[in-house]
Each structure stands twice: as structure tokens, then as C-alpha cells.
Design a protein around this ligand. Structure first.
Ligand SMILES: NC(=O)c1ccc[n+]([C@@H]2O[C@H](COP(=O)([O-])OP(=O)(O)OC[C@H]3O[C@@H](n4cnc5c(N)ncnc54)[C@H](O)[C@@H]3O)[C@@H](O)[C@H]2O)c1
Length: 257
């Protein structure tokens, strides 16, 4: 899938992995809407991107993935501005074991909410033009991060949702592909602050630090994987793991029904 002229949306785009995703999509010719709750970071990133790519290439909208109203309003604005949606990167997420309900709400419910509202515009059976949705899960979606049970649960949920949506979309003719990114630790604020956000598992700081010490990758490595999942039209229902020394598509057990 060539990205020239495609319309992309990235949640949690103001910093970290989302910022890098925004940049790689722009470099490959897409127009990108940045959605984030951090309005000041979002606006200053938009200003920097305007200088590099031109004002008409991006849109920043303050938007909380926890709010149906804000997402609906954002999608309406995107349709008015760019005329459609081809690519959605469900990337906004937090890690905070103290605020575990908020973690579920943003990391899992937010992905589901944005996906269902995006499909109203993308689904070919509703008059949309199809496209691709890539969800940022985590290595913690494939196996347990011992000090973060709720974060682990949300990311397992994201992978399950992504794979089931890929199957549902194929069977229903939506024309929308779905895949999940599963990075290990990545150089962002979320990763730098992890030890302060373990809540009742703060006694597992040393064990967590040991995992982090095994290696932290750059945001640009995750963005390259996003580009692969978006552009390669054979990728659907995939979970792509990426760490300092491994990049691989995960094989899951299959069940006959
Ligand atoms: N950094 C890592 O080690 C790592 C590893 C694997 C997966 N991830 C996942 O990658 C994604 C991005 O994380 P990051 O490391 O770039 O974190 P980050 O904290 O650097 O950036 C997250 C961005 O999401 C935004 N955000 C938070 N809550 C939001 C909400 N309710 N609505 C809209 N935007 C919101 C923040 O304002 C911020 O700009 C998350 O889903 C995270 O779980 C991160």
C-alpha cells in the first residue's frame, strides 16, 4: 500500500512512539492527524512539522481516547479537512498500576472505542474505502511483566481484540486490515518513569529494572515496524514483536471450532 495521499490518524501522537509514527507516515507521503490529551506538546509538535512538511500535511486535535464525544468530533473534523480516513494507529497508552482502572480505560477500552468509531468511516460495507488499523500493544501483551499485571492484561487484551477484529473484518468484507505492534522497552517517558508507577508492586523495582537493563530500543525502530504493517498488504491479524535483538511475527496456537 503506497502512502502518498493517504489519510492517517495517530493517537498519543504528541510524544514518544506516537511522535515517531507520525514522522514516518509523513516522510512516506501520508497526511496525519495527531490526537493527544497533551495540548501544549501537540501544538508545538504541529508547529515543528509545519516547517518541515507544510501546514496542510497535519492537523492536531486535542482528544482523549476515553471520550466518545471527543473522538467523534475529531473524526468529523478529519473527514471535513482531509475527506476520509485510511490508516489508524491506536497508540495512546499509559502504565500506572496505582491507577489501574484508568489504565484499562485508556489502554484497552480506548483502543476498542477508537476502532469502532473509525470503522464507521472506514468500513467498505458502510461506504468507507477500507484501510488499516495498527494497535500498539507491547511485549507485555505476549507474556507477563511481573510488576505490571494490569498493564499486562490490557496489552494481552489489545492483541486479542486486534486478531479477532482482523478475522471479523475479513469474514465481513470490511476491507480493513488489523495488526498489533509488540515492542519491548522503548526510549520514552513511559519507560523512564516505569519504576515510579508500579503501585502495590513497588517492591519489585529491582526485578523490573533487570528487564529494562536487558535493552531499550529507539522509537524509530518501532516506527519502522509500523510502516511495514501499514504498507505490506499481506499483513493482517499479525502481532509483530520487536526488541533490541529480535524482530519477528508471532505464531499463535490455532483452534478448530
Ligand atoms: N515505552 C515503552 O517501553 C513501551 C513498550 C511497549 C509498548 N508501549 C506502548 O506504546 C504506546 C505509546 O507509549 P510511549 O512509550 O510513547 O509513551 P509516552 O508517555 O511517551 O507517550 C504517550 C502519549 O499518549 C498520550 N496519551 C496518554 N493518555 C491519552 C489519552 N487518554 N488520550 C489521548 N492521548 C493520550 C500522552 O499525552 C503522550 O503524548 C503506549 O500504548 C504504550 O503502552 C510502550
Amino acid at each position: 500500500m503506497a502512502l502518498d495521499g493517504k489519510i492517517a490518524v495517530v493517537t498519543g501522537a504528541a510524544m514518544g512512539i506516537g511522535k515517531s509514527m507520525t514522522e514516518i507516515l509523513l516522510q512516506n507521503g501520508a497526511k496525519v492527524t495527531l490526537l493527544d490529551v497533551n495540548t501544549s506538546a501537540g501544538k508545538s509538535l504541529k508547529e515543528a512539522l509545519d516547517k518541515q512538511y507544510g501546514r496542510e500535511k497535519t492537523l492536531f486535535l486535542s482528544c482523549n481516547v476515553g471520550s466518545d464525544e471527543q473522538i467523534q468530533a475529531a473524526f468529523q473534523k478529519i473527514i471535513e479537512t482531509f475527506g476520509g480516513i485510511d490508516i489508524v494507529c491506536n497508540n495512546a497508552g499509559i502504565l500506572n498500576e496505582s491507577e489501574w482502572e484508568k489504565t484499562v480505560s485508556i489502554n484497552l477500552l480506548g483502543v476498542i472505542r477508537v476502532t469502532y468509531l473509525a470503522l464507521e468511516h472506514m468500513n467498505k460495507t458502510n461506504g468507507g474505502r477500507g484501510g488499516v488499523i495498527v494497535n500498539t500493544a507491547s511485549l507485555a501483551g505476549l507474556g507477563p511483566l511481573l510488576s505490571c499485571p494490569v498493564y499486562t492484561a490490557t496489552k494481552h487484551g489489545v492483541i486479542g481484540f486486534t486478531r479477532a477484529m482482523a478475522a471479523a473484518s475479513t469474514a465481513s468484507g470490511y476491507g480493513v486490515r488489523f495488526s498489533a505492534l509488540c515492542p519491548g522497552f522503548v526510549q520514552t517517558n513511559l519507560c523512564s518513569n516505569i519504576l515510579d508507577n508500579l503501585g502495590q508492586f513497588s517492591h519489585l523495582t529491582d526485578a523490573t529494572q533487570k528487564y529494562v537493563d536487558q535493552g531499550v530500543i529507539k522509537v524509530s525502530e518501532v516506527a519502522k515496524c509500523l510502516l511495514e504493517l501499514v504498507t505490506d498488504e499481506t499483513k493482517n491479524g499479525e502481532a509483530l514483536m520487536v526488541t533490541t535483538n529480535i524482530k519477528k511475527y508471532i505464531t499463535f496456537p490455532t483452534f478448530t471450532q
